[in-house]
Design a protein around this ligand. Sequence first.
Ligand code: ADP
Length: 786
Amino acid sequence: MEVQEQWGIHHYMELFDQSEEINYLLDRHGHFLYVNKRAENISGFKADSIIGKSFTQLITEQALPQTVDYFQKAVQGLPQHFETQLRHRQGHEVDISVSVIPAIRDEQVAFIIGITKDISERVYSSKRLKISEARNQAILDAALDCIVIVDDEGKILEFNSAGEKIFGYRKDEVLGTYMKDMLLPPYLREPYVKAMDAYKQTGAHDILGKRMEVNFIRSSGEEFPVELAVTVVMVEEKPIFTAYIRDLTDKKLAETRIRETQAQYHSVVDTIKEVIFQTDEQGRWLFLNPAWEEITGYTIEESLGQICLQYVHPDDREMNLKLFEPMLTGLKTECRHEIRYVTKKGGFRWVEIYAALNVDEHGAIKGTSGTLMDITERKKMEASLILAKEEAETSSRAKSEFLSSMSHELRTPMNAILGFAQLLELSDLSASQQQDIAEIMKAGNHLLDLINDVLDLSKIEAGKVSLSMEPVEVKELVMDCIALIQSTAAKRNVELVLSPEKCRDIYVYADYTRLKQTLLNILSNAVKYNVDGGKVYLRCGTTEQGRFRFWIEDTGQGMAEDQLKQIFEPFYRIHPNSNVEGTGVGLSIAKRMMQFMEGDIGVSSQLHSGSTFWIELNYARSPLLEPRPDPYRLTLTYQEPNHALQPTLLPYTVLYIEDNKANMLLVQRIFEAYAHVRLICAPEALIGIELAEIEQPDLILMDIHLPGMSGLQAMRVLQSQPSTQHIPVIAVSANTMSKSIKQAEAYGFKDYITKPIDVPQLLEAITRILHTDQTCPAADSETSRL
Ligand code: ADP
């Protein structure tokens, strides 16, 4: 109280109690010396309870440092006015404005006079205003369209970020400028000003609330299309216009592109030769392009809405429905086939129809779409080609039949000529007569060769060559060829450097006879076109591709590059008039044969220094290595009721007619295990027939594919002779086609064994046939062993 009196504080207290504001006095340390009653409203604390406390207890933590700062400045004698926050007794914050004024006594600050107002309301509304402004700005900036706000003079008040992007101006560049100058193309400025004036004077307007397309101008000077909508609000009785501007450049571009594409699409669809169609789910035409009129003669107008099946040729309708069925039942999504469509003129056109299903998003069929391609010309061509092919085949057949009968007709007199010439040769003749006979023989033999070659070639060309592909042992083949070639080589003084031993146990997959014919042809050429004292080498090996190869090298006259290209052509001979015998057909036959056997043939040569021919084939497994039961015995049960005799082994003779040595060896090995079986072999049909007559075998195994007379022809002979017709014959062939098996059956073969020989199957067939045909009672054993 002393202090209060000393400084006259009580004067303030009286004054404060009547004040509308919150007034107080603080000592230099910030403790309340006095607080008027209004303080209670703002803080929730009774005035009495505040006296003596520090103001810091009332200020929020956040606002405290700043508030203390202000207070200290006041303590230093500087009046302060600021805003801060106090914490209400109930916990919430209250915004206040504060004035702290130092009271000077004796030239120093004796205490502080404080005046405080509750400004919560004001702070709250100013915050709301800020939020609302920020939100508006955000909306403006987030807008995809450019928004320009102008006042009644046309001055730009607002310009959003989309506007910056569209027009290429920064916001600060346009604010305050006139819209007409900045954003409108020159020719629109006057109408714009007129419209603004009219609106201001009469309120009349053309554009408010409408959307329209006009052109604006970018900062670059480029004019561009926009969609414009303008709204107006009145602020303080003056209109404020808001323009919403959407850049239409991309849209217009896309529209132009679509228009162009559509135009292209239409020109393609209209000019395309194929019909493009669409049908509904009932099969009625929904869409047809002009090609429809071209192909059928029906106009598009009269056809649309019609059932498409009625345009299909009546004979093809059922088939058409069948072909569509898998698609319509959901088994397929598209179909393609060839049918006939009728034309308005009463004819028809062949079309290839391609159709695919159209389904909606639920998978329900909406119809079909596809194309119809006119293939009438192709069909006509196909028909004429088939006709031509048939004609060609008929004439080729006729040609080969002619050639084969001619060659037969020629061969008979040739045999007579050669036969009588040989007889004459044996008679007593003068030297010149002998020379004449030799000439007849030479020319006759040459003619015979030619006839045979021509016949062979015509057979190949008529596709009448049948091959018996089986494993062929190379060593045997080489040995056979050497036997046939060596006397000629010796006569011509040409050394054969061949080492067949190197080919031992090598098997190739080929037709034995045809391969021998090919190799022999090349070897004999190597001898024929060699020099006196020349050499012929035969080597064998494996190619990089793992195939077997023969190389036949000679030291003869060789061939030039252009000659090499032609030597596989029929009838081509390098020196046709030389005295070397030949027909010019051998190599062309060899080439085709090698192709038939999935092999190849080729040559390299140098003129005057010899040639190297090669032939190539696939390797085969040795038939001797084929797995077979051990030992090669098979116990078979043979049931004959009423007989119960002891098993007896009967001696049998089996004749095997086979040209392939490997197969012959195999069968020999099989029968080695059966001492009671005598096997005799014949390498060709004629020898076989002779042996059958003499030896009277119990069974004949006959290869079908034999050189010269075939197995089938041989069978005819055996069947026709009383001495051999009772002998059962089993066919052995590499041909597994059922047609050939049936044919053999028709020829009277008892069974048909396919190559490579399956030993148990062979033994089983032999046992069965021998016992069925056996008339000797000793064979009626319960258990018979071959
Ligand atoms: P040809 O019956 O004439 O021997 P080929 O078809 O076997 O018929 O051969 C065709 C031609 O290729 C022969 O006439 C010959 O001119 C040439 N020719 C074939 N082999 C050889 C070779 N080893 N050396 C040189 N020329 C050859």
